[in-house]
Design a protein around this ligand. Structure first.
Ligand SMILES: Nc1ncnc2c1ncn2[C@@H]1O[C@H](COP(=O)(O)OP(=O)(O)OP(=O)(O)O)[C@@H](O)[C@H]1O
Ligand SMILES: Nc1nc2c(c(=O)[nH]1)N=C(CO)CN2
Length: 199
């Protein structure tokens, strides 16, 4: 992890130790899919910062990043700004809870404040699925229990991984069709902006 990592903290060392041990045990690398969302502040810079921070995580390699989608806020208080949403497909030797911890640290680094449920936020990092893992632990529900009904998740996921399947629900493309497509939920691909992967 580089010293410029905005999430670097003493717990970073803990994380590195766990990554090292995960690398040398049976965990191997598994595929995981992460949803990013932002509807406060500079949404594009924040999503790019989150991609950079994920890419800078030991034991994690990004395989694909979706286009950016501008999406109407679902749930929570009225009159929220639109979100920018994107999905990242990765391979990792981090166990699921460590990946969650890393996602939470990245949210915190970008000023995430938790007030009302589904309220506006600088950054949301959700784990949509983790290869071979289902979990009913409220701290980490896998696959994410609401992803099948959210076009703001399915449209970018399909973009990043056209053959994707949501465990227990089927193909992501079919799920999006069942919702009536991206347009039906106010989800629009923004082809004028994009996220990049660090070299
Ligand atoms: N798959 C998951 N990915 C991320 N957080 C999860 C997951 N499953 C459970 N959680 C838990 O959900 C808690 C609340 O997360 P958060 O406030 O970001 O919810 P939200 O993104 O607003 O709502 P939603 O869960 O509907 O997307 C977190 O503390 C986290 O431990
Ligand atoms: N459009 C949109 N709406 C949301 C989003 C989001 O990322 N995009 N995230 C939520 C909680 O995770 C609740 N509502």
């Amino acid at each position: 992890m580089s010293t410029s990592d905005p999430t670097a903290s003493p717990s970073t060392f803990d994380l590195e130790r766990r990554v090292d041990s995960a690398d040398t045990t049976l965990h191997g690398q598994r595929c995981a899919v992460i949803a990013l969302g932002s509807n406060l502040g500079n949404r594009l810079d924040t999503l790019q910062g989150a991609v950079d921070a994920l890419a800078d995580t030991p034991g994690l390699r990004i395989k694909a990043v979706s286009a950016v989608y501008e999406t109407e806020a679902v749930g929570g208080p009225d009159e929220q700004p639109n979100y920018y949403n994107a999905v990242v497909v990765l391979r990792t030797s981090l166990p699921p809870h460590d990946l969650l911890e890393r996602g939470n640290a990245i949210e915190d680094a970008f000023g995430r404040v938790r007030t009302v449920r589904w309220g506006p936020r600088t950054l949301d990092v959700d784990i949509l699925a983790y290869e071979g893992v289902t979990s009913d632990d409220p701290q980490l529900l896998l696959p994410h229990p609401r992803s099948h009904e959210r076009a703001f998740v399915l449209a970018p996921w399909l973009d990043a991984q056209p053959e994707a399947e949501l465990p227990g629900h089927g193909r992501v493309g079919a799920l999006l069709d069942e919702l009536g497509g991206a347009d039906a939920q106010g989800v629009r691909r923004r082809d004028d902006i994009r996220l990049t992967l660090p070299e």
